[in-house]
Design a protein around this ligand. Structure first.
Ligand SMILES: C[S@@+](CC[C@H](N)C(=O)[O-])C[C@H]1O[C@@H](n2cnc3c(N)ncnc32)[C@H](O)[C@@H]1O
Length: 271
């Protein structure tokens, strides 16, 4: 089966693969869906990135039945200064835009707490889990929520250092070489201007945040970031050997992410 998506992107499905509309619970290898010669960027079988408006690509992803999970921090609608995207939609329009992207898919959204509540109430959708990402800043906004919609993370799939090493029982476990499973709050510093990983993207998220999220998700799903920015989610996927699809509308950020990904694959392969 073969079809032409918007912007001339060709999609290809083997005839024994059943198309389905919802991605929930559906399985299919996605490697055959995208024709690498016609894509605006293809890095390897495990990593495909698009310089497009996400809605165009998502319509095509949804037509095919691989099991996808969307993992992203969307624009926060707080008048952030992006290169081209205007981060200042009317509230109604903003939430409609988010829903149009996420409604058919399992999705994990990183956002400020009030916005997660508003999203959940507007669309009558309850997250299966919420994790707090906390960090130090000079503003009153010192945490974001990571809300898991339609998918239950398994916190025991990743470990961290105990935060209470002086507790007698914990000290014993540490002495035995045990680590604790991930807490439901993560203290991870934001990417600073002086950080080694910092790119020109104005609101780059730490790789560790994305890695923590992806590690506790089911392994048989492709990770899709429809607001890819500088490609942080892709870097986390490469580190964890997970299939990835990323979409970024802005050409400058897309180029940054592409270079970052190619460079990272190079470094990763030499280790
Ligand atoms: C909060 S940033 C993501 C930052 C990213 N997590 C990182 O670490 O670099 C949101 C991004 O979404 C992009 N964006 C906004 N609307 C979009 C659309 N309709 N399709 C694709 N990308 C879009 C913006 O250009 C911006 O780079």
């Amino acid at each position: 089966m073969r079809g032409q998506g918007p912007h001339g992107v060709l999609f290809h499905m083997a005839s024994n693969q059943n198309p389905c509309v919802s991605t929930r619970g559906a399985f299919l290898t996605h490697n055959k869906i995208f024709n690498k010669n016609t894509m605006n960027s293809y890095i390897n079988n495990n990593c495909k990135i698009f310089n497009e408006n996400n809605i165009n690509v998502i319509q095509n992803i949804n037509k095919h039945c691989t099991k996808y999970i969307f993992v992203t921090d969307p624009p926060y609608n707080i008048k952030y200064q992006y290169n081209t995207y205007t981060d200042n939609l009317q509230t109604e329009e903003y939430y409609k835009m988010l829903w149009s992207i996420f409604k058919d898919n399992m999705h994990i959204i990183i956002h400020y707490p009030e916005s997660i509540y508003e999203y959940a109430v507007r669309f009558q959708i309850v997250p299966k889990k919420v994790i707090s990402w906390v960090y130090n800043t000079n503003t009153e906004k010192q945490h974001r929520e990571i809300a898991f919609f339609g998918v239950n993370p398994d916190l025991s799939k990743a470990t961290q250092e105990y935060k209470n090493p002086n507790d007698k029982r914990i000290a014993k476990r540490i002495a035995e070489g045990q680590k604790c499973k991930l807490y439901d709050w993560w203290h991870i510093n934001q990417v600073k201007n002086i950080s080694k990983e910092k790119t020109e993207h104005p609101c780059q998220i730490p790789v560790e945040v994305m890695q923590n999220i992806i590690q506790i998700l089911p392994e048989d799903c492709t990770i899709v970031d429809p607001f890819m920015g500088s490609g942080t989610t892709a870097i986390a996927c490469i580190n964890l050997n997970r299939a990835f699809i990323g979409i970024e509308i802005d050409e400058k950020y897309f180029d940054i992410s592409k270079k970052r990904i190619i460079n990272h694959i190079g470094i990763f392969n030499t280790h």
